[in-house]
Design a protein around this ligand. Structure first.
Ligand code: FCB
Length: 435
């Protein structure tokens, strides 16, 4: 507890790697090919080309002096069809990544699933079917047996709320389904996958990463809607993982209830991704809000009302929200170590220094204030162990394509050349000062 906070950066396979090395297709390749699915019509086929630029990325991390690097394994790179034996060439890429990190004194923090389900598993029903959770456990075992000699801390899933409710409720993420029943089934099978995956990796320190938000009603009239939003966004995951139950907003299902004892206590640590609070108020005049109400089945008609200052994602900037979500988890699960596994901001990056690099003072201010919020939560007793910036690189921002830049390193869209921003130098100095 007295140890200093571990500081790092994060990325995810589909967002940075590209399809180099013959990566098999995932649901994000299929989804991105759908006309209109991605704001700028782009996809992750090249992304930052990190598959071919591994050494450059490793050197950028070394230059920062980070303690840890959070990345994800592409399931279809490791197991092209989602079943059967692992592809040694796919595993070799991650083996080189892990070795490169360890050589530089950086702790690898892999996530097994950051949304890129092998397409053949989607064709067999995807997350709404139970078998996908069993397939995930096999994949977890294969990854752990290849890398477990060098990697101790693993995350099973990234943001299962997004995979379930953006993927199957509002349909703005792959696989682009709009069906509340499918979304709740997916949510349960994701949690089951996490629990079975953790069990398939004996000796590992295995956690799961959730995106948590303070949910605030704009007026008493919206208290009920806000409660439902909170239950689906936060409570569903926290209650299942730490109390072995589902909140009221989750439809009853006996088969699901029978799995809850297995899910309870299955996270040795919790990753908290935090960006913004959610303000629940009147439905918006144009009927639009991001995420929209279909991502919260049962919450009724409402809209989200971020208050300025906003990032280019139109996300409200409020560092106190990070402190609140960390303290909330600490109150429920006081002994579970917490890592802020993602925090960061997309900004226009329009200003440049004389040397040509991006002068992102807004991003520096965002990161600084949120790091301070994590420290406050820690000082108040929350077992916060780490803070990881999203993201090392400007990358493929899902449905927003390349229109949103979260990186502390700029990536030239044409050449993929990397150039550190002012925030990169700020983080390096912050890390050095803390040592
Ligand atoms: C999170 C995702 C991550 C990134 C950030 C901005 O929801 O986990 O991949 O897109 O948002």
């Amino acid at each position: 507890m007295n140890d200093r906070l571990l500081i790092g950066t994060a990325t995810a396979a589909y967002q940075v790697e590209g399809a180099g090395g013959g990566r098999a297709p995932s649901i994000w390749d299929t989804f991105a090919a759908r006309p209109g699915a991605i704001l700028d019509g782009s996809d992750g086929s090249v992304a930052c080309d990190s598959y071919h630029r591994l050494d450059e990325d490793l050197d950028l991390l070394a230059g920062l002096g980070v303690d840890a690097y959070r990345f994800s394994l592409s399931w279809p790179r490791v197991q092209p069809t989602g079943r059967g034996s692992a592809d040694p060439a796919g595993l070799d890429y991650y083996s080189r990544l892990v070795d490169g990190l360890l050589d530089r004194g950086i702790a690898p923090m892999p996530t097994l699933y950051h949304w890129d389900l092998p397409q053949p598993l989607q064709d067999a029903g995807g997350w709404p079917v139970r078998d996908t959770a069993l397939r995930f456990a096999d994949y977890a075992q294969a990854a752990h047996s290849a890398l477990g000699d060098r990697v101790t801390r693993w995350a099973t899933l990234n943001e299962p709320w997004c995979a379930a409710f953006l993927g199957h409720g509002s349909g703005v993420h792959a696989p682009g389904i709009r069906d509340a029943t499918a979304a709740f089934r997916a949510a349960h099978h994701l949690l089951l996958a996490h629990a079975l995956g953790a069990r398939a990796m004996p000796g590992a320190d295995t956690g799961v990463v959730c995106n948590l938000y303070p949910v605030l009603p704009e007026s008493p009239e919206f208290a009920a809607a806000a409660r439902t939003v909170d239950e689906i966004q936060n409570g569903l995951w926290l209650d299942a993982l730490f109390a072995g139950r589902y909140p009221e907003a989750v439809p009853r299902d006996d088969a699901h209830a029978a799995d809850l004892p297995l899910i309870r206590g299955s996270a040795a640590w919790l990753g908290v991704n935090y960006y913004t609070p959610l303000r629940v108020g009147p439905a918006l005049p144009d009927g639009r809000s991001v995420p929209d109400q279909r991502a919260y089945p049962g919450a009724g008609d409402f809209g989200l009302h971020p208050r300025g200052p906003l990032t280019t994602m139109a996300w409200e900037v409020d560092a106190t929200g990070l402190e609140q979500v960390l303290l909330r988890v600490a109150a429920i699960a006081p002994d579970v170590p917490l890592y802020v596994t993602e925090n960061g901001a997309a900004y226009p990056d329009a200003r440049r220094l004389p040397d040509g690099s991006v002068d992102d003072q807004d991003r520096i201010a965002y990161l600084r204030s949120h790091l301070a919020a994590a420290e406050r939560a820690r000082a108040a007793g929350a077992p916060v162990r780490g803070y990881l910036v999203w993201s090392l690189l400007d990358n493929f921002e899902w449905a927003y394509g390349y229109t949103q830049t979260f990186g502390i390193v700029e990536v030239d869209p044409a050449t993929r050349d990397r150039r550190p921003k002012a925030s990169y130098r700020w983080l390096a100095a912050e890390i050095a000062a803390r040592r």
